[in-house]
Design a binder for this molecule. Structure first.
Ligand code: DX5
Ligand code: ZN
Length: 218
């Protein structure tokens, strides 16, 4: 009996009003707040860094889930930890030493996540399974909100659920989540759904119930 969590991405929020935007989604019952950090190098877009995270932190009552789309990662881990975030997720593709990176995140006392791009196989997670609290499966190529869901990733989610079994590791899905795709990823084994454009353009958090009745059956 897995409870599906909704993690709106503030990438699609009004950047001049993060405080208000976060209050609105939390009042509507979102579970986590997903923060997309981009460096214009690992991904072709720029967003915000640790100082912005620190400024946003006091406005978040739930969980601050930070998705780092940056390379390198290691020089910035302490700064994000000091900003008070709860989960720090790094990409396996961001460098040759993901094991070291995950150890460094854990050493700060924060939860560690591993993100994998659409072209990366599920097997990439196995060697670092004991170092992570979350796997973030990208169902779009990272960089922008509002892209189309890549259906070929569903089999990967299923494989990851089988690999993870009962370990306390979240499977988070990021990209193209809509009322149509949410039930598919939930049925494949996901338990955290990131939603950016779906939540903010519609102005409301689509809770699992409204993402489709299939989820309720899980
Ligand atoms: C993409 C980001 C996502 C993105 C999701 O690079 O990691 O978190 O904001 O946005 P939607 O839900 O619009 O696909
Ligand atoms: Zn993200």
């Amino acid at each position: 009996d897995r409870k599906i969590k909704i993690a709106p991405s503030i990438l699609s929020a009004d950047f001049a009003n993060f405080g208000q935007e976060i209050r609105a989604i939390e009042d509507q019952g979102c579970d986590w707040v997903h923060v997309d950090v981009m460096d214009g190098h690992f991904v072709p877009n720029l967003t915000f860094g640790p100082a912005m995270c620190k400024a946003i932190r006091p406005h978040i009552r739930t969980v601050m889930d930070v998705h780092l789309m940056i390379a390198p990662v290691d020089p910035y881990i302490d700064a994000f930890a000091e900003a008070g975030v709860d989960i720090i997720t790094a990409h396996v593709e961001a460098g040759p030493h993901i094991h070291r990176t995950l150890q460094a995140i854990r050493a700060t006392g924060k939860k560690a996540g591993l993100a994998i791009n659409p072209g990366t196989p599920a097997d990439a997670v196995a060697p670092v399974m004991d170092l992570i609290d979350l796997v973030c499966v990208m169902t779009v190529n990272p960089g922008f909100g509002g892209q189309k869901f890549i259906h070929s990733q569903i089999d990967k989610i299923r494989s990851l659920r089988a690999m993870i079994g009962d370990r306390p590791i979240h499977i988070e899905i990021d990209g193209g989540i809509t009322p149509e795709t949410a039930p598919l990823v939930a049925a494949a084994g996901a338990d955290v759904l990131v939603a950016g454009s779906g939540v903010f353009s519609g102005g409301s958090v689509a809770k699992p119930e409204v993402y489709g009745q299939n989820i309720a059956a899980i």
